[in-house]
Design a protein around this ligand. Structure first.
Ligand SMILES: *Cc1c(COP(=O)(O)O)cnc(C)c1O
Length: 497
Protein backbone atom coordinates (compact mmCIF):
# COMPACT_ATOMS: atom_id res chain seq x y z
CA UNK A 1 0.00 0.00 0.00
CA UNK A 2 1.33 3.43 -0.95
CA UNK A 3 1.11 6.65 1.05
CA UNK A 4 0.36 10.06 -0.38
CA UNK A 5 0.96 13.61 0.81
CA UNK A 6 -2.02 15.73 1.87
CA UNK A 7 -0.56 18.66 -0.08
CA UNK A 8 0.22 16.77 -3.28
CA UNK A 9 -1.93 13.73 -4.10
CA UNK A 10 0.59 12.81 -6.81
CA UNK A 11 3.45 12.37 -4.32
CA UNK A 12 3.47 8.64 -3.48
CA UNK A 13 5.84 6.83 -1.15
CA UNK A 14 6.01 3.44 0.59
CA UNK A 15 5.09 3.06 4.28
CA UNK A 16 8.80 2.79 5.11
CA UNK A 17 9.55 6.02 3.24
CA UNK A 18 6.66 7.79 4.95
CA UNK A 19 7.99 6.70 8.34
CA UNK A 20 11.56 7.77 7.52
CA UNK A 21 10.54 11.24 6.30
CA UNK A 22 7.87 12.03 8.91
CA UNK A 23 6.70 15.15 7.10
CA UNK A 24 6.41 15.26 3.30
CA UNK A 25 8.89 17.68 1.63
CA UNK A 26 5.91 19.77 0.43
CA UNK A 27 4.94 20.35 4.08
CA UNK A 28 2.05 17.85 3.90
CA UNK A 29 1.37 14.78 6.03
CA UNK A 30 1.32 11.22 4.74
CA UNK A 31 -1.85 9.18 4.50
CA UNK A 32 -2.54 5.68 3.16
CA UNK A 33 -3.93 5.81 -0.38
CA UNK A 34 -6.94 3.79 0.82
CA UNK A 35 -8.04 2.33 4.15
CA UNK A 36 -7.92 -1.44 4.74
CA UNK A 37 -11.26 -2.96 5.72
CA UNK A 38 -11.83 -5.32 8.64
CA UNK A 39 -14.92 -7.53 8.66
CA UNK A 40 -16.89 -8.26 11.82
CA UNK A 41 -15.65 -11.83 11.79
CA UNK A 42 -12.04 -10.59 11.62
CA UNK A 43 -12.76 -8.38 14.63
CA UNK A 44 -14.27 -11.35 16.48
CA UNK A 45 -11.13 -13.35 15.71
CA UNK A 46 -9.01 -10.50 17.10
CA UNK A 47 -11.06 -10.63 20.28
CA UNK A 48 -9.76 -14.16 20.90
CA UNK A 49 -6.12 -13.03 20.91
CA UNK A 50 -4.21 -10.77 23.29
CA UNK A 51 -3.09 -7.21 22.67
CA UNK A 52 -0.06 -8.20 20.59
CA UNK A 53 -2.18 -10.29 18.20
CA UNK A 54 -4.62 -7.44 17.71
CA UNK A 55 -1.82 -4.95 17.08
CA UNK A 56 -0.16 -7.21 14.49
CA UNK A 57 -3.52 -7.74 12.75
CA UNK A 58 -4.01 -3.98 12.37
CA UNK A 59 -0.41 -2.99 11.60
CA UNK A 60 0.10 -5.65 8.93
CA UNK A 61 -2.75 -4.23 6.86
CA UNK A 62 -1.28 -0.72 6.84
CA UNK A 63 2.45 -1.45 6.74
CA UNK A 64 2.47 -3.76 3.76
CA UNK A 65 6.21 -3.45 3.16
CA UNK A 66 6.82 -5.14 6.54
CA UNK A 67 6.38 -8.90 6.91
CA UNK A 68 4.04 -10.26 9.56
CA UNK A 69 7.04 -11.93 11.24
CA UNK A 70 8.84 -8.59 11.47
CA UNK A 71 5.80 -6.88 12.91
CA UNK A 72 5.22 -9.70 15.39
CA UNK A 73 8.79 -9.35 16.65
CA UNK A 74 8.56 -5.54 17.02
CA UNK A 75 5.19 -5.72 18.74
CA UNK A 76 6.34 -8.37 21.19
CA UNK A 77 9.38 -6.28 22.10
CA UNK A 78 7.53 -2.94 22.27
CA UNK A 79 4.75 -4.26 24.52
CA UNK A 80 6.97 -6.69 26.44
CA UNK A 81 6.01 -7.67 30.01
CA UNK A 82 8.82 -5.56 31.48
CA UNK A 83 7.22 -2.50 29.82
CA UNK A 84 3.46 -3.12 30.03
CA UNK A 85 1.54 -5.36 32.45
CA UNK A 86 1.17 -8.53 30.35
CA UNK A 87 -2.52 -9.23 30.92
CA UNK A 88 -3.61 -5.61 30.94
CA UNK A 89 -1.81 -3.73 28.18
CA UNK A 90 -4.88 -1.59 27.43
CA UNK A 91 -7.60 -2.57 29.93
CA UNK A 92 -11.18 -1.34 29.66
CA UNK A 93 -12.80 -0.45 32.99
CA UNK A 94 -16.57 0.14 33.28
CA UNK A 95 -17.43 3.52 34.75
CA UNK A 96 -21.22 3.31 34.68
CA UNK A 97 -23.92 1.59 32.63
CA UNK A 98 -22.73 3.04 29.31
CA UNK A 99 -19.30 4.54 29.82
CA UNK A 100 -16.00 2.68 29.95
CA UNK A 101 -12.50 3.94 30.51
CA UNK A 102 -9.84 2.68 28.11
CA UNK A 103 -6.70 2.87 30.25
CA UNK A 104 -3.77 3.72 28.01
CA UNK A 105 -1.30 4.68 30.73
CA UNK A 106 0.24 1.40 31.88
CA UNK A 107 3.41 1.80 29.79
CA UNK A 108 6.86 2.95 30.95
CA UNK A 109 6.08 6.71 31.01
CA UNK A 110 2.50 6.49 32.32
CA UNK A 111 0.84 8.11 29.29
CA UNK A 112 -0.78 6.75 26.12
CA UNK A 113 2.06 7.90 23.90
CA UNK A 114 4.04 4.81 24.93
CA UNK A 115 1.84 2.73 22.61
CA UNK A 116 3.30 4.51 19.60
CA UNK A 117 6.71 5.47 20.90
CA UNK A 118 7.74 2.06 22.18
CA UNK A 119 7.06 0.70 18.70
CA UNK A 120 8.34 3.58 16.55
CA UNK A 121 12.09 2.92 17.06
CA UNK A 122 11.63 -0.58 15.61
CA UNK A 123 9.53 0.70 12.72
CA UNK A 124 11.90 3.56 12.01
CA UNK A 125 15.19 1.66 12.11
CA UNK A 126 13.67 -1.09 9.95
CA UNK A 127 12.31 1.57 7.54
CA UNK A 128 15.80 3.06 7.20
CA UNK A 129 17.16 -0.37 6.23
CA UNK A 130 14.29 -0.96 3.81
CA UNK A 131 14.88 2.35 2.04
CA UNK A 132 18.61 1.67 1.75
CA UNK A 133 19.59 4.52 4.07
CA UNK A 134 22.79 4.05 6.08
CA UNK A 135 22.69 7.40 7.86
CA UNK A 136 22.25 8.04 11.57
CA UNK A 137 18.67 9.19 12.11
CA UNK A 138 18.25 12.34 14.21
CA UNK A 139 14.83 12.49 15.81
CA UNK A 140 13.59 15.99 16.63
CA UNK A 141 10.61 16.28 18.96
CA UNK A 142 8.54 19.22 20.11
CA UNK A 143 6.59 18.16 23.15
CA UNK A 144 3.83 19.53 25.33
CA UNK A 145 5.12 17.12 28.00
CA UNK A 146 4.35 13.48 27.41
CA UNK A 147 5.65 12.89 23.88
CA UNK A 148 9.13 14.01 24.86
CA UNK A 149 9.54 11.50 27.64
CA UNK A 150 7.88 8.68 25.74
CA UNK A 151 10.14 9.33 22.72
CA UNK A 152 13.27 9.55 24.88
CA UNK A 153 12.37 6.29 26.58
CA UNK A 154 11.72 4.61 23.21
CA UNK A 155 14.87 5.84 21.46
CA UNK A 156 17.43 5.92 24.29
CA UNK A 157 20.53 3.99 23.19
CA UNK A 158 18.86 2.68 20.02
CA UNK A 159 21.78 2.05 17.60
CA UNK A 160 21.78 4.33 14.56
CA UNK A 161 19.53 6.93 16.20
CA UNK A 162 19.90 10.17 18.14
CA UNK A 163 17.07 12.10 19.74
CA UNK A 164 16.65 15.76 20.69
CA UNK A 165 13.57 17.00 22.56
CA UNK A 166 12.28 20.58 22.97
CA UNK A 167 9.70 21.24 25.67
CA UNK A 168 8.08 24.63 26.45
CA UNK A 169 9.90 26.18 29.40
CA UNK A 170 7.39 26.30 32.25
CA UNK A 171 4.69 24.68 30.09
CA UNK A 172 4.86 21.17 31.57
CA UNK A 173 4.23 19.77 35.02
CA UNK A 174 7.30 19.46 37.22
CA UNK A 175 7.11 15.67 37.12
CA UNK A 176 6.88 15.75 33.31
CA UNK A 177 9.95 17.99 33.19
CA UNK A 178 11.93 15.74 35.54
CA UNK A 179 10.99 12.68 33.50
CA UNK A 180 12.76 14.30 30.54
CA UNK A 181 15.69 16.07 32.18
CA UNK A 182 16.77 12.92 34.05
CA UNK A 183 16.64 10.71 30.94
CA UNK A 184 19.52 8.23 30.63
CA UNK A 185 21.19 7.37 27.32
CA UNK A 186 24.26 8.38 25.31
CA UNK A 187 22.26 9.54 22.28
CA UNK A 188 19.72 11.87 23.93
CA UNK A 189 19.43 15.68 24.35
CA UNK A 190 16.73 17.82 25.96
CA UNK A 191 16.19 21.61 25.70
CA UNK A 192 13.73 23.94 27.42
CA UNK A 193 12.39 26.17 24.61
CA UNK A 194 11.22 29.67 25.46
CA UNK A 195 7.57 30.23 24.51
CA UNK A 196 4.69 27.74 24.39
CA UNK A 197 4.23 24.38 22.69
CA UNK A 198 3.17 25.90 19.37
CA UNK A 199 6.40 27.94 19.28
CA UNK A 200 8.43 24.78 19.88
CA UNK A 201 6.46 22.83 17.29
CA UNK A 202 6.82 25.60 14.70
CA UNK A 203 10.56 25.72 15.41
CA UNK A 204 10.87 22.00 14.73
CA UNK A 205 8.73 22.30 11.59
CA UNK A 206 11.03 25.08 10.32
CA UNK A 207 14.05 22.81 10.72
CA UNK A 208 12.28 19.98 8.88
CA UNK A 209 11.40 22.16 5.89
CA UNK A 210 14.90 23.72 5.65
CA UNK A 211 16.31 21.88 2.63
CA UNK A 212 19.75 23.46 2.83
CA UNK A 213 20.06 22.21 6.41
CA UNK A 214 18.94 18.71 5.39
CA UNK A 215 21.73 18.68 2.79
CA UNK A 216 24.30 19.93 5.28
CA UNK A 217 23.27 17.17 7.69
CA UNK A 218 23.30 14.53 4.95
CA UNK A 219 26.89 15.51 4.19
CA UNK A 220 27.77 14.66 7.80
CA UNK A 221 25.95 11.32 7.73
CA UNK A 222 22.70 12.42 9.39
CA UNK A 223 19.07 12.30 8.33
CA UNK A 224 16.32 14.10 10.23
CA UNK A 225 13.09 12.44 11.26
CA UNK A 226 10.18 13.16 13.53
CA UNK A 227 8.60 11.28 16.40
CA UNK A 228 5.74 13.78 16.65
CA UNK A 229 2.28 12.55 15.78
CA UNK A 230 2.71 13.99 12.29
CA UNK A 231 4.72 10.80 11.62
CA UNK A 232 2.55 8.00 10.26
CA UNK A 233 4.54 5.54 12.37
CA UNK A 234 3.17 7.33 15.44
CA UNK A 235 -0.44 7.14 14.36
CA UNK A 236 -0.79 3.62 13.10
CA UNK A 237 -0.05 1.86 16.45
CA UNK A 238 -2.82 3.92 18.02
CA UNK A 239 -5.47 2.56 15.66
CA UNK A 240 -4.85 -0.87 17.19
CA UNK A 241 -6.01 0.04 20.70
CA UNK A 242 -9.44 1.12 19.51
CA UNK A 243 -9.86 -2.31 17.93
CA UNK A 244 -8.60 -3.80 21.17
CA UNK A 245 -11.10 -1.78 23.23
CA UNK A 246 -13.94 -3.08 21.08
CA UNK A 247 -12.65 -6.63 21.57
CA UNK A 248 -12.52 -6.11 25.34
CA UNK A 249 -16.14 -4.92 25.37
CA UNK A 250 -17.17 -7.96 23.31
CA UNK A 251 -15.32 -10.31 25.65
CA UNK A 252 -16.89 -8.68 28.71
CA UNK A 253 -20.36 -9.08 27.17
CA UNK A 254 -20.94 -5.32 27.29
CA UNK A 255 -21.74 -5.26 23.55
CA UNK A 256 -22.67 -7.73 20.80
CA UNK A 257 -20.71 -8.00 17.53
CA UNK A 258 -21.68 -5.08 15.31
CA UNK A 259 -23.03 -2.85 18.08
CA UNK A 260 -21.72 0.67 17.63
CA UNK A 261 -19.67 2.33 20.37
CA UNK A 262 -18.99 6.02 20.78
CA UNK A 263 -15.43 7.12 21.46
CA UNK A 264 -14.49 10.17 23.54
CA UNK A 265 -10.92 11.43 23.32
CA UNK A 266 -9.18 14.25 25.21
CA UNK A 267 -7.53 16.03 22.31
CA UNK A 268 -4.56 18.28 21.63
CA UNK A 269 -2.74 17.66 18.38
CA UNK A 270 -5.72 15.60 17.07
CA UNK A 271 -3.61 12.43 16.74
CA UNK A 272 -5.35 10.13 19.16
CA UNK A 273 -8.88 10.97 18.01
CA UNK A 274 -7.78 10.69 14.38
CA UNK A 275 -6.65 7.13 15.13
CA UNK A 276 -10.21 6.42 16.33
CA UNK A 277 -11.57 7.95 13.12
CA UNK A 278 -9.32 5.64 11.08
CA UNK A 279 -10.45 2.63 13.13
CA UNK A 280 -14.04 3.56 12.32
CA UNK A 281 -13.34 3.91 8.61
CA UNK A 282 -11.53 0.56 8.60
CA UNK A 283 -14.78 -1.10 9.65
CA UNK A 284 -14.77 -0.89 13.45
CA UNK A 285 -18.38 -0.19 14.53
CA UNK A 286 -17.94 3.31 15.94
CA UNK A 287 -20.76 5.84 16.26
CA UNK A 288 -19.90 9.37 17.31
CA UNK A 289 -16.36 10.55 17.88
CA UNK A 290 -16.45 13.07 20.70
CA UNK A 291 -13.57 15.55 20.69
CA UNK A 292 -12.84 16.93 24.17
CA UNK A 293 -10.72 20.05 24.70
CA UNK A 294 -9.63 22.07 27.69
CA UNK A 295 -9.88 25.87 27.80
CA UNK A 296 -7.76 25.97 24.62
CA UNK A 297 -10.94 25.08 22.76
CA UNK A 298 -9.99 25.87 19.19
CA UNK A 299 -11.20 22.41 18.08
CA UNK A 300 -14.56 22.72 19.81
CA UNK A 301 -15.16 25.99 17.98
CA UNK A 302 -14.02 24.46 14.70
CA UNK A 303 -16.32 21.47 14.95
CA UNK A 304 -19.24 23.66 16.00
CA UNK A 305 -18.78 26.48 13.47
CA UNK A 306 -16.50 25.31 10.64
CA UNK A 307 -14.04 28.11 11.34
CA UNK A 308 -10.61 27.23 12.68
CA UNK A 309 -9.17 30.33 14.30
CA UNK A 310 -5.97 30.22 16.28
CA UNK A 311 -5.96 33.98 16.88
CA UNK A 312 -6.91 33.74 20.53
CA UNK A 313 -5.40 33.66 23.97
CA UNK A 314 -3.27 30.68 24.90
CA UNK A 315 -3.96 29.25 28.35
CA UNK A 316 -1.76 27.11 30.56
CA UNK A 317 -4.19 24.61 32.09
CA UNK A 318 -4.16 21.67 34.48
CA UNK A 319 -4.21 19.39 31.40
CA UNK A 320 -0.99 20.73 29.84
CA UNK A 321 -0.60 18.01 27.20
CA UNK A 322 -3.64 19.53 25.49
CA UNK A 323 -2.48 23.15 25.63
CA UNK A 324 -2.25 23.46 21.87
CA UNK A 325 -3.72 25.91 19.34
CA UNK A 326 -2.43 24.32 16.13
CA UNK A 327 -3.65 20.75 15.90
CA UNK A 328 -1.36 19.41 13.19
CA UNK A 329 -3.19 16.14 12.56
CA UNK A 330 -6.41 17.93 11.68
CA UNK A 331 -4.83 18.37 8.25
CA UNK A 332 -5.20 14.65 7.62
CA UNK A 333 -8.89 14.67 8.50
CA UNK A 334 -9.58 17.77 6.39
CA UNK A 335 -7.89 16.19 3.39
CA UNK A 336 -10.19 13.18 3.67
CA UNK A 337 -13.30 15.28 4.34
CA UNK A 338 -12.71 17.40 1.26
CA UNK A 339 -12.57 14.26 -0.88
CA UNK A 340 -8.74 14.03 -1.05
CA UNK A 341 -8.65 17.33 -2.95
CA UNK A 342 -5.10 18.59 -2.32
CA UNK A 343 -5.85 21.98 -3.87
CA UNK A 344 -8.67 22.76 -1.46
CA UNK A 345 -6.55 21.51 1.43
CA UNK A 346 -3.59 23.69 0.42
CA UNK A 347 -5.94 26.68 0.38
CA UNK A 348 -6.93 26.04 4.01
CA UNK A 349 -3.35 25.53 5.12
CA UNK A 350 -2.10 28.64 3.30
CA UNK A 351 -4.85 30.68 4.97
CA UNK A 352 -3.89 29.20 8.34
CA UNK A 353 -0.23 30.09 7.80
CA UNK A 354 -1.04 33.64 6.60
CA UNK A 355 -4.00 34.70 8.73
CA UNK A 356 -4.13 32.06 11.46
CA UNK A 357 -7.58 30.90 10.37
CA UNK A 358 -9.70 29.26 7.69
CA UNK A 359 -13.34 28.32 7.18
CA UNK A 360 -14.35 25.05 5.56
CA UNK A 361 -17.15 24.80 3.01
CA UNK A 362 -20.68 23.76 4.05
CA UNK A 363 -20.31 20.23 2.66
CA UNK A 364 -17.09 19.64 4.60
CA UNK A 365 -18.71 21.05 7.75
CA UNK A 366 -21.72 18.75 7.32
CA UNK A 367 -19.46 15.69 7.03
CA UNK A 368 -17.41 16.84 10.01
CA UNK A 369 -20.49 17.25 12.18
CA UNK A 370 -21.99 13.94 11.12
CA UNK A 371 -18.94 12.15 12.56
CA UNK A 372 -17.77 14.38 15.40
CA UNK A 373 -19.27 16.01 18.44
CA UNK A 374 -17.17 18.38 20.52
CA UNK A 375 -17.02 20.06 23.88
CA UNK A 376 -14.60 21.69 26.26
CA UNK A 377 -13.99 21.86 29.99
CA UNK A 378 -12.09 24.56 31.87
CA UNK A 379 -9.94 23.80 34.91
CA UNK A 380 -12.85 24.15 37.36
CA UNK A 381 -15.05 21.74 35.37
CA UNK A 382 -12.09 19.35 35.08
CA UNK A 383 -11.53 19.35 38.83
CA UNK A 384 -15.26 18.86 39.41
CA UNK A 385 -15.24 15.84 37.10
CA UNK A 386 -12.31 14.27 39.00
CA UNK A 387 -14.16 14.84 42.29
CA UNK A 388 -17.56 13.61 41.10
CA UNK A 389 -16.22 10.48 39.41
CA UNK A 390 -14.14 9.61 42.47
CA UNK A 391 -17.05 10.12 44.86
CA UNK A 392 -19.56 8.26 42.71
CA UNK A 393 -17.45 5.33 41.56
CA UNK A 394 -14.12 5.32 43.40
CA UNK A 395 -12.36 5.74 40.05
CA UNK A 396 -9.47 8.18 40.04
CA UNK A 397 -8.81 9.93 36.73
CA UNK A 398 -6.09 12.28 35.64
CA UNK A 399 -6.86 15.82 34.45
CA UNK A 400 -6.81 14.98 30.71
CA UNK A 401 -9.14 12.04 31.18
CA UNK A 402 -11.36 14.22 33.38
CA UNK A 403 -11.74 16.74 30.54
CA UNK A 404 -13.07 13.86 28.42
CA UNK A 405 -15.36 12.60 31.19
CA UNK A 406 -16.81 16.07 31.68
CA UNK A 407 -17.40 16.54 27.95
CA UNK A 408 -18.91 13.04 27.70
CA UNK A 409 -21.37 13.72 30.52
CA UNK A 410 -22.44 17.02 28.94
CA UNK A 411 -22.81 15.33 25.56
CA UNK A 412 -24.88 12.45 26.96
CA UNK A 413 -27.13 14.83 28.94
CA UNK A 414 -27.66 17.14 25.97
CA UNK A 415 -28.27 14.48 23.30
CA UNK A 416 -29.72 11.61 25.33
CA UNK A 417 -27.31 9.35 23.40
CA UNK A 418 -27.09 6.06 25.36
CA UNK A 419 -24.65 4.28 23.04
CA UNK A 420 -21.96 2.27 24.88
CA UNK A 421 -18.98 4.58 25.10
CA UNK A 422 -15.22 4.27 25.37
CA UNK A 423 -13.45 7.21 27.01
CA UNK A 424 -9.72 7.25 26.27
CA UNK A 425 -7.73 7.72 29.48
CA UNK A 426 -4.47 9.18 28.36
CA UNK A 427 -2.41 9.49 31.55
CA UNK A 428 -2.01 8.10 35.04
CA UNK A 429 -3.56 10.32 37.74
CA UNK A 430 -0.18 10.20 39.50
CA UNK A 431 1.40 12.09 36.65
CA UNK A 432 -0.72 15.11 37.60
CA UNK A 433 -0.94 14.60 41.34
CA UNK A 434 -0.71 18.35 42.01
CA UNK A 435 -4.12 18.81 40.36
CA UNK A 436 -5.70 15.44 41.13
CA UNK A 437 -5.04 15.55 44.87
CA UNK A 438 -6.91 18.79 45.58
CA UNK A 439 -9.70 17.87 43.14
CA UNK A 440 -10.38 14.37 44.50
CA UNK A 441 -9.53 14.84 48.16
CA UNK A 442 -9.71 18.59 48.80
CA UNK A 443 -6.07 18.57 49.91
CA UNK A 444 -3.79 21.52 49.29
CA UNK A 445 -1.11 20.64 46.75
CA UNK A 446 1.86 21.70 48.85
CA UNK A 447 4.93 19.88 50.09
CA UNK A 448 6.70 19.11 46.80
CA UNK A 449 6.02 16.67 44.00
CA UNK A 450 7.10 13.48 45.67
CA UNK A 451 5.23 14.22 48.88
CA UNK A 452 2.15 14.70 46.66
CA UNK A 453 2.68 11.35 44.98
CA UNK A 454 2.96 9.64 48.35
CA UNK A 455 -0.13 11.46 49.65
CA UNK A 456 -2.17 10.51 46.58
CA UNK A 457 -1.08 6.89 46.97
CA UNK A 458 -2.06 6.90 50.64
CA UNK A 459 -5.47 8.51 50.13
CA UNK A 460 -6.42 6.51 47.03
CA UNK A 461 -5.03 3.21 48.26
CA UNK A 462 -3.24 2.74 44.92
CA UNK A 463 0.55 2.58 44.67
CA UNK A 464 2.32 5.41 42.80
CA UNK A 465 3.91 4.09 39.58
CA UNK A 466 7.58 3.34 40.18
CA UNK A 467 8.57 5.23 37.02
CA UNK A 468 7.33 8.43 38.71
CA UNK A 469 8.19 7.86 42.38
CA UNK A 470 11.72 6.78 41.38
CA UNK A 471 12.45 10.19 39.78
CA UNK A 472 13.36 11.67 43.13
CA UNK A 473 16.57 9.61 43.24
CA UNK A 474 17.74 10.76 39.82
CA UNK A 475 19.89 13.75 38.87
CA UNK A 476 18.88 16.26 36.20
CA UNK A 477 21.19 15.95 33.20
CA UNK A 478 19.74 18.63 30.90
CA UNK A 479 19.18 22.26 31.93
CA UNK A 480 19.90 24.28 28.75
CA UNK A 481 17.36 26.81 27.46
CA UNK A 482 16.94 27.90 23.85
CA UNK A 483 14.99 30.59 21.94
CA UNK A 484 12.70 29.13 19.24
CA UNK A 485 14.64 31.10 16.59
CA UNK A 486 17.89 29.37 17.65
CA UNK A 487 16.70 25.77 17.69
CA UNK A 488 18.61 24.82 14.55
CA UNK A 489 21.85 26.16 16.05
CA UNK A 490 21.12 24.20 19.22
CA UNK A 491 20.77 20.98 17.22
CA UNK A 492 23.98 21.69 15.30
CA UNK A 493 25.84 22.41 18.51
CA UNK A 494 24.68 19.16 20.07
CA UNK A 495 25.68 17.17 16.96
CA UNK A 496 29.07 18.89 16.98
CA UNK A 497 28.70 20.34 13.46
C1 LIG B 1 -0.60 14.00 24.09
C2 LIG B 1 -1.65 13.91 25.10
C3 LIG B 1 -2.99 14.23 24.78
C4 LIG B 1 -3.39 14.76 23.43
O1 LIG B 1 -3.28 13.78 22.44
P1 LIG B 1 -3.30 14.19 20.89
O2 LIG B 1 -3.02 12.92 20.17
O3 LIG B 1 -2.21 15.21 20.71
O4 LIG B 1 -4.64 14.75 20.61
C5 LIG B 1 -3.94 14.04 25.75
N1 LIG B 1 -3.62 13.60 26.99
C6 LIG B 1 -2.36 13.30 27.33
C7 LIG B 1 -2.07 12.83 28.71
C8 LIG B 1 -1.33 13.43 26.40
O5 LIG B 1 -0.08 13.12 26.74
Amino acid sequence: MDYISTRDSGHRVSAAQAIVSGLSPDGGLFLPESLPQFSLSEIETMAKTGYAGRAVAVLSRFLTDFSEDELREYVSRAYAPEKFPPKAVAPVVPLDENAHILELFHGPTCAFKDFALQLLPFLLTASLRKTGCDKTVVILVATSGDTGKAALEGFADVPGAKICVFYPDGGTSNIQRLQMTTQAGENVMVFAAEGNFDDAQNGVKRIFTDRAYAEELAGKGYILSSANSINWGRLVPQIAYYFSAYCELLNAGRIKPGDPVNVVVPTGNFGNILAAYFAKHCGLPVGKLVCASNRNNVLTDFITTGTYDRNRGFYVTTSPSMDILISSNLERLLYLLCGRDDKVLRGYMEALAKTGKYTVGPDVLAKLQSEFAAGCADDAATAAAIRDVYRETGYLCDTHTAVAVNVYRDYAAKTGDRTPTVIASTASPFKFANSVLPAAFGRAADGGDFALLAKLAELSGQPAPRALAGLQDKTERFTAKVEPAKMKEAVSGWLGL
